[in-house]
Write a protein that binds this ligand. Structure first.
Ligand SMILES: Nc1ncnc2c1ncn2[C@@H]1O[C@H](COP(=O)(O)OP(=O)(O)OP(=O)(O)O)[C@@H](O)[C@H]1O
Ligand SMILES: [Mg+2]
Length: 240
C-alpha cells in the first residue's frame, strides 16, 4: 500500500450466484488524483464501486481508506469517513425542491439553517442550478440531475468522490461544466474514482486509468498507455 493512497483495494471480489462480477481487483487511488475506470457493459465497474462504498457486501478482498480497513462497513459509515457517491441512474428526491435535496444531507450538521442554505445555494450556483432551487427534483433533465447529485455530495465535503457515469445523457455544454467542476475540486485536493464510457472525458480527466473486463483489471496506466493498449482496443472494438 503506497503512503499517498486514499483508496486501495486488495483482491476485491463480488459474486452473484455463479457469476463473478468483480474477480479480485487490486487498485490504488492516490490522494488528490482522478482514477478513471473503464470497461465494456457488464465489466463490473458499478459492482466494484458498490463494494467500495459498502452498498454491496463483498465476498472477498479488502478495501482501505487512508490505510484503514473499511471492508464491510455500511454505506452510512463510509460516507461519514469522507466518501461521497453519485449513481449511474441519479438517485435524487423527486418530490423535494433542489435546495431541500441538498439540505437533507445536513440534518445533523452543526451549522445554522442560514449557513446551510447559503452553502447549498453556493453549490447549486456552481452547477448552474440556482435559478431552479425551488423547483422539484423531478422537473430536472437527466443531465441536470447528475449535476444536482454532485452538488448534494459536496454538501458534506467528502475527501473521496465516486462518480458512476457522470456524463451519461449529459449534453456537451453540461459535460464541459461538469468537467470544469471536477477539475476544480481536484485542484482543491479532492480525489475521484471516475467510471465512464465517455473516453474523451476520461482521457481528459484521469491521472491514471484501470480497464476492467469480466471483473478483472486487464490493463492500467497513464492515458497514453491505455489509448494504445491492444488489450483495451480488443475489449472495446473486438479486434487488436
Ligand atoms: N444485483 C445484481 N444481481 C445479479 N447480477 C448483477 C447484479 N448487479 C450486477 N450484476 C451482474 O454483474 C456484472 C457486472 O455488472 P455491473 O453493473 O457492475 O457492470 P458495469 O461495468 O457497471 O456495466 P455498465 O457499463 O453497463 O454500467 C454483470 O454481468 C451484471 O449482470
Ligand atoms: Mg455500471
Amino acid at each position: 500500500m503506497t503512503a499517498d493512497a486514499i483508496l486501495t483495494t486488495e483482491g476485491l471480489t463480488k459474486r452473484f450466484g455463479g457469476l463473478i462480477a468483480v474477480a479480485g481487483i487490486d487498485m490504488t487511488l492516490r490522494r488528490g488524483t482522478i482514477l478513471g475506470m473503464i470497461g465494456i457493459n457488464g465489466a463490473g465497474k458499478t459492482t466494484a464501486m458498490n463494494c467500495i462504498n459498502g452498498l454491496y457486501y463483498s465476498d472477498g478482498g479488502k478495501v482501505f481508506l487512508n490505510g484503514t480497513d473499511i471492508t464491510h462497513r455500511t454505506p452510512h459509515e463510509i460516507a461519514r469517513l469522507g466518501v461521497g457517491r453519485t449513481f449511474q441512474v441519479p438517485r435524487i428526491f423527486n418530490r423535494m425542491s433542489l435546495i431541500d435535496n441538498l439540505l437533507v444531507t445536513s440534518l445533523d450538521s452543526s451549522l445554522s439553517d442560514d449557513e446551510l442554505t447559503e452553502r447549498a445555494e453556493g453549490f447549486l450556483e456552481r452547477m448552474n442550478l440556482l435559478d431552479l432551487r425551488y423547483n422539484h427534483g423531478e422537473e430536472l433533465s437527466g443531465g441536470q440531475q447528475k449535476l444536482l447529485e454532485l452538488a448534494r455530495v459536496m454538501m458534506f465535503d467528502p475527501d473521496l468522490i465516486l462518480l458512476d457515469e457522470p456524463f451519461a445523457g449529459v449534453n456537451p455544454a453540461l459535460c464541459r461544466l461538469l468537467i470544469e467542476r471536477i477539475l476544480e475540486l481536484r485542484e482543491g485536493g479532492k480525489s475521484f474514482l471516475l467510471v465512464s464510457h465517455d473516453l474523451t472525458s476520461i482521457y481528459k480527466l484521469s491521472d491514471h486509468i484501470v480497464v476492467l473486463n469480466q471483473g478483472q483489471i486487464i490493463a492500467e496506466g497513464g492515458v497514453d498507455d491505455i489509448k494504445n493498449d491492444p488489450a483495451v482496443i480488443e475489449a472495446y472494438l473486438g479486434q487488436a
